[in-house]
Design a binder for this molecule. Structure first.
Ligand SMILES: Cc1ncc(COP(=O)(O)O)c(C=O)c1O
Length: 406
């Protein structure tokens, strides 16, 4: 299957210094979607229709053959020994904590600069989230802050149990450094790869970076279903067997034989069928996202801090998130909105500042980078179908908006 080539640029690139800005129209040539799911659907609609029809024909809507087939394709793609599909990325995290018996008195180390699901599940099991700061340039967990957070948790009489390095915006966290600290303190790693499935770290792929890794197939994710979905990855036979049982009410070897308390965390057959069609074009989509990100990084004007990808890693660019300091973020977002460029603040209020997480612990010294990022971040449109001329317009609009700020 080939996809029509992207049209060539109709507007010149912005001046990288931001000093002289090429005049641009005040509105884009056509509306700019933040994420373009319809374009992806148009590309593979016949395959999706056929995959759905096949499920309707066989009628095994729950745990049909597509579920196991998707699991083996995901395993082959990322190199994990076991893949257990499930209902969504939140349940994937919860199942992992359930499998490892996380309980009250346990400390689980997790960034505050993330989506709510990452610490939320920790609270489900009565354990204490201990928030860890992130790096300013990668947005991912800062190893030094993890060390401090472990000391804080111990001083409070908690048992350090697990670390959840979140691969924010599509780039794997610094697993080499985090693993070293985790091993030294007897922690296991639960890689929240909801945003990073498809990315790499050294010679390994996401899905193999934590003792257990999880992802989300929420529709807007780089690999998204047409509804909720998720997956859990592990190389441990023991964890995999436990996770399969927990995902389906704690079943034993025979039907209606239960050996533990579990949940209904199954993935629908229809979503599995749809995901297999999306997985077929996923490597090409990842490349396209990376090309869009590379162009942003090369052409965005001075005054904008572009995200850093560490040398040994790749990102799938779930988000392309810039930073602008000096209290200018909201003004930049407003000007871009007037110019027809949609942006989103991921995340405007860190979780440690929100009421449900008042009982969480913070490391000594707090979370200065997290507090700062909440005022500086702005995510730009990125997806595999962002045409060159629209990206030219976006870059030009940013140059114009930054120029107006100075
Ligand atoms: C970092 C992170 N973790 C977990 C989740 C939860 O995934 P889901 O929405 O599939 O439950 C998300 C979803 O946005 C996420 O971004």
């Amino acid at each position: 299957m080939t996809y029509a080539p992207v049209p060539s640029r109709s507007l010149p690139p912005a001046d990288a210094t931001g000093a002289t800005v090429t005049p641009l129209p005040s509105q884009p040539p056509r509306p700019i979607p933040f994420v373009d799911l319809p374009a992806q659907q148009a590309r593979i609609r016949p395959q999706i229709d056929a995959a759905i029809a096949k499920v309707l024909d066989h009628g095994r809507y729950v745990m049909g053959p597509e579920v196991a087939e998707l699991e083996s394709r995901l395993a082959a793609y990322c190199g994990a020994k076991h893949v257990i599909s499930c209902s969504n990325g939140t349940d994937a995290l919860a199942l992992a904590l359930m499998a490892r018996g996380v309980r009250p008195g346990d400390a689980v180390f997790v960034p505050s600069f993330t989506f709510a699901a990452s610490p939320e599940v920790v609270c489900w099991f009565g354990a204490t989230p201990v928030f860890v700061d992130v790096e300013l340039d990668t947005f991912n967990m800062a190893p030094d802050s993890l060390e401090t957070a472990i000391a804080t948790a111990k001083a409070q009489g908690l048992i350090p149990r697990c670390v959840i390095p979140v691969d924010l915006f599509g780039q794997p966290a610094d697993y080499a450094a985090i693993d070293r600290i985790a091993r030294a303190h007897g922690l296991w790693t639960l890689a929240d790869a909801a945003q990073s499935f498809g990315a790499g770290y050294g010679d390994r792929m996401v899905g193999t970076l934590g003792d257990i890794s999880t992802t989300s197939f929420y529709p807007a994710k780089p690999l998204g279903a047409y509804g909720d979905g998720g997956a859990i990855f592990t190389d441990s036979d023991e964890d995999a067997a436990l996770l399969r049982s927990l995902r389906d009410h704690g079943h034993g070897d025979t039907r209606y034989d239960y050996v533990r308390i579990g949940m209904n965390g199954r993935l629908d057959t229809l979503q599995a069928a749809i995901l297999m069609e999306k997985l077929a074009i996923f490597p090409d989509e990842v490349e396209r996202r990376q090309a869009v990100a590379a162009r942003y990084s090369a052409e965005l004007p001075a005054g904008i801090a572009v995200p850093k990808v560490v040398a040994s890693a790749s990102s799938v660019w779930a988000q392309y998130t810039i930073r602008i300091g000096g209290g200018h973020r909201n003004a930049l977002a407003a000007t871009l909105g007037e110019l027809g460029v949609p942006t989103v603040q991921y995340y405007p209020k860190p979780l440690h500042q929100q009421a449900p997480y008042a009982g969480a612990l913070l490391p000594e010294g707090g979370l200065p980078n997290t507090d700062r990022l909440a005022h500086e971040v702005l995510s730009l449109p990125i997806h595999a179908y962002l045409d060159d001329d629209l990206q030219t317009y976006i870059i030009g609009a940013i140059a114009r908006a930054v120029h107006a700020l100075s």
